[in-house]
Design a binder for this molecule. Structure first.
Ligand code: SAM
Length: 227
């Protein structure tokens, strides 16, 4: 694919579909991948920033002219119909993704989704499970020396609601089960950071307690002591 490791991994997780929306598309690479490879019939490129959207519009101008793509300037799912079959939201905070999904007018749980939150993946996992989503894959990967969480899933059909433990919500179901290299390396790095913060003698009692509890959870994960 050649878009860089993070984007290439995201592209590899996308499924063949009819309508695809890339919300917060910026450059538009993932939509280009979908259209170029015949993986969708129609793509919606959406971004809240005019400058960002312009990049995707320029990259995909021929598809827009052909009627195979449209660009939408707006917040979240504004301009993204609720029957859009597959949605990618990557590179935003987990809380921001929850805001988009839960928006009182435009929000919906997509039929198929790939979310790559930069922060607070636990909040996004919780929202998905509580609001009609089904998580199929949920893991950490490395790209360009940084670590990313990705959550792949779909709207829940007849299955029972998935029940994640507190550790699975915090760290990701597949991470806890599979203990992949990227996940363990990131966890070790986080543990080191927490241990560094704990060296600070001026920490408030509450912060120290929170850090100690986090240290314990990270240590348990690394030692595979999770239930
Ligand atoms: C860090 S970039 C990520 C771009 C691309 N999705 C990726 O993963 O490489 C985040 C993009 O999301 C857009 N964005 C942020 N909040 C948004 C929102 N609420 N609705 C739509 N776009 C948003 C920004 O303008 C920016 O272009």
């Amino acid at each position: 694919m050649g878009y860089g490791k993070r984007i290439d991994i995201l592209c590899s997780l996308l499924k063949k579909t009819t309508t695809f929306a890339d919300v917060g598309c910026d450059h538009g690479y993932c939509s280009e991948y979908m259209l170029k490879n015949g993986l969708c019939e129609f793509a919606i490129l959406s971004d809240i920033s005019k400058g960002s959207l312009q990049k995707a519009k320029t990259l995909l101008s021929s598809y827009i002219e052909e009627g195979k793509a449209k660009a939408v300037l707006g917040n979240g799912f504004f301009g993204v119909p609720k029957d859009t079959q597959e949605v990618l939201i990557a590179g935003m905070g987990g809380e921001e993704i929850v805001e988009i999904l839960s928006h009182e007018i435009y929000g919906f749980m997509p039929e198929v989704f790939v979310f790559q939150p930069m922060l607070n993946p636990d909040k996004l996992r919780f929202y998905i499970l509580e609001n009609g989503g089904y998580i199929e894959r949920d893991f950490t990967f490395e790209g360009g020396g940084k670590y990313y969480d990705v959550i792949v899933g779909r709207k829940r059909k007849d299955e029972k609601k998935q029940s994640y433990t507190a550790m699975e919500l915090e760290f990701g179901y597949d991470n806890i089960r599979e203990r992949g290299e990227a996940f363990l390396a990131r966890t070790a790095r986080k543990l080191k950071d927490v241990q560094g913060f704990l060296q600070n003698e001026n920490l408030q009692e509450k912060s120290r307690e929170e850090l100690l509890s986090r240290q314990e959870r990270l240590r348990k994960v690394l030692n595979n002591e999770v239930e």
